[in-house]
Structure formats: C-alpha cells, structure tokens
Design a protein around this ligand. Sequence first.
Ligand SMILES: Nc1ncnc2c1ncn2[C@@H]1O[C@H](COP(=O)(O)OP(=O)(O)O)[C@@H](O)[C@H]1O
Ligand SMILES: [Mg+2]
Length: 256
Amino acid sequence: MPKIKKAKTICITSTKGGVGKTTVLLNLAATYHLLGKKVLIIDLDLYGGALALALNLKNKKTVYNVVDDMMNNRFMHIDDYIYNYIEGIDVICAPKDPRQAMKVEAKYIDLLLYNVESKYEVILIDTTHILTEINLTIMDSAYNTLFVVTNDPVDLKNTKSIISIFNDNQINNYKILYNNSRDTGKDYFTTFDIKTVIGSNIDYTISKNFYIKDIDNYTINGKILLLDKKIQKAKRKDFQNFKNMALDLIKDKKVK
Ligand SMILES: Nc1ncnc2c1ncn2[C@@H]1O[C@H](COP(=O)(O)OP(=O)(O)O)[C@@H](O)[C@H]1O
Ligand SMILES: [Mg+2]
C-alpha cells in the first residue's frame, strides 16, 4: 500500500507581540505556493487572529466550530471548516469572539491536525506570543517551530529564556528568524550581540529592505506581499531569503 504523505507542520511564534509573525507566515505561505506546495494556514492566535481579515475571507466557520462540533459529536468533515484563498492555499480561521476562543482546548489540536495532515504538504500555524498550553501543544506536534525575533531588549531576554528551556529539554526542532523589517529604526544590537544574548544561532534574516511602507493597503485588499510580482522584483534578496527559509524549514532530518 502506498504510504500516505504527511504534511510538515511549522509553528510560527515569538515571545513578543507585533514582531511580524503573521506577516512572515503569510509570505512563507506565498513562497511555498510559488514552490508548488499545497499549503494550509491555521490561525491559532485565538484571541487576536487576523488572518481572515488579512486575506479578505468571508468565513462563517472557525477553529472554534471545529472544536465545538468535535465535542458535541457533530463533526463530520474538516472540509466544512476550510476556506480557500487561492488555488493551493487554504485557511482555517481563528474564533471571531473571545468567549469562543476560551473554549478552544489544547487537547483538540492533535485531532485537528490529524484531520488535515494527509491533504497538504505544508501546514503553517499562526500563534499568540504568550506561551499558552495551546502553543506548547502546537510546538510539540510541529515539525519545526520558527521564532521571530527583533532588535529589542525585552524580546531578546524572553527569547533567551525560552531557548534555554528548549536546550535543557533537548528540544532542537526550532529555528530563529531575525526580522529587521518590522522596526527599521531599532539598531541597538549587532547580529553578534543577538546570538550571544539568546544563546543560539540565527538561522534566517529578513533585511530592513523588506520594510513595506504601504503594507496596510495589502492587508485591506487581502493581498500577500510576495504574491505581487512588483514586490518579488523590488525585494529580490529577501524573496530569495524566504525561499531558502521555506525549503530549510521542511528539509528532511537526518536520522542518526
Ligand atoms: N515588512 C514589514 N513592513 C512594514 N510593516 C510591517 C512589516 N512586517 C510587519 N509590519 C507591521 O507590523 C505590525 C505587526 O506585524 P504582524 O505581522 O501583525 O506581527 P505579529 O503577528 O507578530 O503580531 C503590523 O502592523 C504590520 O503591518
Ligand atoms: Mg499576528
């Protein structure tokens, strides 16, 4: 019997809000799409998720309905909760109301992933920056976790703590993305300083040049930056960085 291929799940997270997680996730989704991979995005930033808005989706159902229906034995088919952005990029949206967000329990995350894993090549999960039980569960099942860090002392201090916890527990399926495009005015630390402070290598970098002045227009119009040929051309180097990062995050791991 042919082996069913399972999607590689990437958790995108950080220790500080507003560092560019969602922007990175959307552009990674675009990059995988351009590399010919079928992508599912799951918005598990339960209280602040904005992917449905950023992609102009007119969704009725959210991850809350998935969990609620599973709890009440009404769950039939995961396709009922999946919205199509463009051919090859699908989305499961975040709850619309905080009272619903509260009811999404971590124990349902694995069941949710089990239902989508065989349909996609890559699953990208957006998260909150707070280390909740949901985030821990996602990181536990993910093939890789991508930490987005910026040139910010509090962000770096908290990233250091989490990385030392990972190292103490021999968890090594995480990567660090240094995002320079978010706060282009901040220049406190050199790359060397950052590596020293967080006690880890920096795996990928997005440069200042990827700062997009009219980024809100893209959000309002439901467009992803790197699906725009003008941006691909104008930000050629960072586009290449996105491609390298996308391939590296799903690279097969050497079995010892
Ligand atoms: N490359 C960029 N150029 C300009 N603004 C950006 C860029 N990346 C992120 N931003 C802005 O920074 C804010 C936070 O980004 P977002 O991706 O929502 O971060 P997070 O998901 O970590 O909260 C948003 O207003 C977004 O438009
Ligand atoms: Mg976000």
